[in-house]
Structures are given as C-alpha cells and as structure tokens.
Design a protein around this ligand. Structure first.
Ligand SMILES: Cc1cc2nc3c(=O)[nH]c(=O)nc-3n(C[C@H](O)[C@H](O)[C@H](O)COP(=O)(O)O)c2cc1C
Length: 189
C-alpha cells in the first residue's frame, strides 16, 4: 500500500499538483491510501485531552496500543511506500503535518528502542518521497526544517532506505512560470 499524506491546505495548491504529477509518473500498481490532513482532526499530543500524555506513556509501558491516538501510526507502519506532500511554510512544515508526525512517531508502533538505546524501525516502507513547493528561492540545508526534519525521522526512527525530495522553488517570484518550475522539480526529483 502506498500511503499518501496530503498536507496541502490551499485551494489550487501547487504542492498538491506536483504530488499528483509525481503519483502519475510513479504509476504505483498497488492500493493508494490517502490521508487528507485538511479534513482530519489532528492536534498536538498534549492537546488531545487532559490525559493524553499519561495514556501515551501507559500504552508504551504496557505495549497496549488500542487507544485511537495510535490509529494513524498503525496505518503508517503498514505502508510499503510513503508520499508526503506539504508546502514550505516558515522554513518548515505546516503545524498540522507536524501534529500528524507527532502521532505517527509513537514508540512501540513505528519505532522502538533496544537495550543499547538504538532505534529499531517498526515501519515497513522501503521508500519515502517528500514533495514540496516554496515561494522563495532554494534554501541551504541548515535552513530547511521541512525535508530536513522529515528526512531525520525517516532515517533515524524508521530506517527507510530510499528517501527523496521533489521540490519546486521560487513559485511566488514575479513572472514565475509555475508549470515549468513544477515540471523541472519533477524531472530533477
Ligand atoms: C503560512 C505561509 C508560510 C510561508 N513560508 C514560506 C517560507 O518560509 N519560504 C518560502 O519560500 N515560501 C513561503 N511561503 C510561500 C509558499 O511556500 C508557496 O506559496 C507555496 O508554493 C505554497 O504552496 P501551495 O500552493 O501548495 O499552497 C509561505 C506561505 C504561507 C501561506
């Protein structure tokens, strides 16, 4: 199953368009499962309810992941391939995508820690692609808290062997040829 996490929020989103172009080119043969963050009631772990963090700790301690807060993490763990699409916001990712990833990073569901303190992946995906578009020019790796962040999670927690970024920069520049920039990003990615 290819899990498509859609973190695009604007009507006519260019990022969503780029993700659709990528999906078409990818021509994945299995089932594609879409998570539309704009339609999903995700919020930070600490805001899920007064006892959410205590429940999270209890679940991890007892290995009991029946609480609905683990549903998204379970789905993520089962994917064979993952596509995440989100616009570049304030040098990072939209807060809702961050909240989603906070839920997905559930110890005991998508990763664990062994007796030496090393992270063990519980994720089946062999490939993760991050699709994004930005209004301004391409930034240095140090200023990129979007793909950089997702890459860290994918590599350190989930040990996903293939992690790619498809990024179109400069879309809000005066006279920008959006179609050409999206096409270029697709070809370079
Ligand atoms: C809240 C917000 C924050 C943004 N922050 C940045 C930014 O830090 N750097 C940048 O180059 N563009 C920034 N932009 C511009 C978007 O990245 C750009 O318009 C992008 O193509 C939007 O994608 P969409 O068409 O999929 O919504 C921001 C836009 C919004 C709405």
């Amino acid at each position: 199953m290819l899990l498509y996490v859609n973190g695009c929020f604007r009507e006519g989103s260019r990022t969503e368009r780029l993700a659709s172009m990528w999906l078409e080119r990818r021509a994945y043969e299995g089932e594609t499962c879409r998570v539309m963050l704009s339609e999903l009631d995700v919020c930070p772990l600490d805001a899920l309810g007064p006892h959410a963090l205590a429940e999270y700790s209890r679940a991890v301690k007892q290995g009991d992941y029946t609480h609905p807060m683990f549903t998204l993490a379970k789905q993520f763990a089962q994917a064979d391939e993952i596509l995440v699409a989100a616009p570049f916001w304030n040098y990072g990712i939209p807060a809702k995508l961050h909240a989603y990833l906070e839920l997905v990073c559930s110890q005991g569901v998508t990763f664990d820690v062994d007796e030496t303190g090393a992270y063990v992946s519980l994720v089946g995906a062999k490939r993760l692609t991050y699709v994004t578009t930005a209004g301004g020019a391409k930034v240095d790796a140090l200023d990129d808290h979007a793909f950089g962040y997702v890459h860290t999670l994918a590599q350190r927690f989930w040990h996903i062997p293939r992690i790619d970024c498809v990024a179109a920069w400069g879309l809000d520049g005066l006279g920008a040829n959006v179609d050409a920039l999206l096409q270029k990003a697709l070809e370079e990615g």
